[in-house]
Design a protein around this ligand. Structure first.
Ligand code: DLL
Length: 433
């Protein structure tokens, strides 16, 4: 197997040196954190008044955890550690309510983030000879633009296709001999399901690899995409709060994801006790970003359940190995790659006076994609025999939801008393996938 590096020195650095580097960068991160409104208040409560209060990497454990709610509460600028004029980029993702969680990068932060995404692409064997069709959504979501920068820095020809428009995706793939695709695993399956209709066979295309991520998927799904498309598929994990994709990526051996530990400190903790679990055991992934001056984040609780795979990788990289995600500890749903909290849906429907108090969120498989069905109860006053009124109401609910969660749901209206009522804690989400 041919192993290529983008920055061999750092990718194969001795563990001891890597940990020294992490400690040095952690101190810098704490210094930055103390410049934010949020950590300036929080860190002294934990006895940290300056980076000098940390004497070794183990002191990381003296630092408080940070949660998505902290980010939401600090919206819009409470976590910014530099003057706004230094910031060149922001991204945002869904919060548990209408307030998004935002991140910021300075020009240097962006250059460092780009560098690790390039490193990730090279780890899969990608090179400047490749044509990269990026089918992740461009916009506030990190999936599109962040990997775009990494691919461009490598010298690939990048097609910023974004998601959607099947006909155009196939046309670009054919006309420009796309060799690498970046997409969600479900979009890869969806595209395959439409090939016949467009008269395309995978062997007519030049696609060799796909990077898939942004949503949970099993090893079986990876193998299925590989078999259907006749390509190599690499798992990529990341989250907006940590600059998106590029954080952890598979190498050519495809048996783990390397977390770039010069840029992130990873911990796996028991989600109940928040104590570290031994290597190899499942727990919640907690991350500290080391290379972001504009917005430091310490011990961020990702809510993703995974484990460290003990032992070294045959590729020679010394950065520890992360297993495929097993699930989440919170109620966040990922529907066609888009993160949705049930509370966001509730907020929208409860704001509408026509809608009663009971509702049910159903998520189903719709071929290779997902379907979101929102069943709502309507108030007796609204109940009418005129289907046009009901149709207009359905449309209004769907539009309001689309504006909030960026997904097109199927809306069903029900008379009072039809939707199940639970005694005790209401069960509002049925995930049938
Ligand atoms: O999904 C960033 C990303 C874009 C990663 C493109 C990979 C490729 P968010 O929208 O903030 O960011 O969603 C982050 O998605 O906490 C996981 O629960 C889930 N997730 C992301 N990648 C994977 C993966 C991007 N490979 C949330 N496997 C994370 C399983 C994933 N879950």
């Amino acid at each position: 197997m041919e192993v290529k590096y983008w920055n061999k020195e750092i990718e194969t650095i001795e563990r001891e040196k890597l940990e020294d580097l992490q400690f040095e960068r952690l101190k810098k991160t704490v210094t930055q954190a103390l410049k934010t409104d949020f950590y300036r208040k929080r860190l002294p409560e934990f006895g940290i008044n300056s980076a000098e209060d940390l004497s070794s990497l183990e002191d990381l454990r003296r630092l408080p955890f940070t949660t998505k709610n902290d980010l939401r509460d600090a919206y819009p600028y409470g976590m910014m550690a530099v003057d706004r004029s230094e910031v060149v980029r922001m991204h945002a993702s869904s919060g548990t309510t209408g307030t998004p969680t935002v991140i910021y990068l300075t020009a240097d932060d962006l250059a460092r983030s780009t560098d690790i995404t390039t490193r990730s692409i090279v780890a899969t064997g990608g090179g400047r000879e490749d044509v990269f069709q990026n089918m992740m959504t461009y916009g506030l979501f990190t999936g599109g633009i962040v990997l775009h920068y990494g691919a461009e820095a490598l010298g690939m020809m990048v097609i910023p296709a974004s998601s959607g428009n099947t006909a155009r995706q196939f046309k670009m793939m054919k006309d420009f001999s796309t060799s690498i695709i970046h997409a969600t695993p479900s979009y890869m399956l969806y595209l395959h399901s439409r090939m016949e209709e467009f008269g395309i066979k995978p062997e007519d295309l030049n696609v060799k690899k796909a990077f898939v991520g942004a949503e949970p998927h099993s090893e079986d799904v990876r193998k299925k995409i590989e078999r259907l498309w006749g390509i190599d598929v690499y798992n990529s994990y990341g989250l907006s709060e940590m600059n998106g994709p590029g954080l952890a990526f598979e190498c050519v051996y495809k048996d783990c994801m390397h977390v770039w530990e010069d840029a992130y400190i990873m911990e796996i903790v028991d989600p109940d006790t928040l104590e570290p679990v031994p290597d190899g055991e499942f727990g919640e992934l907690v991350l500290t970003i080391l290379q972001r001056d504009a917005m430091p984040l310490l011990r961020y609780r990702t809510r993703d359940l995974t484990r460290i795979i003990p032992g070294a990788c045959a590729c020679g990289r010394t950065h520890r190995r992360l297993a495929r995600m097993k699930g989440r500890t919170d109620d966040m749903l990922i529907i066609n790659g888009i993160n949705v909290f049930p509370s966001q849906i509730e907020e929208v429907i409860m704001r509408m006076p026509e809608v009663g108090t009971n509702y049910l969120i159903v998520v189903q498989k719709n071929g290779p994609l997902d379907r979101l069905i929102v069943k709502t109860e309507i108030t007796p006053e609204i109940l009418t025999d005129d289907t046009r009124d009901l149709y207009a109401l359905k449309k209004k609910i769907a539009e309001n939801l689309k504006a909030s969660i960026s997904l097109n749901p199927v809306v069903e209206l029900h008379e009072h008393g039809v939707l199940p009522v639970s005694e005790g804690k209401a069960k509002r989400v049925v995930d049938e996938r």
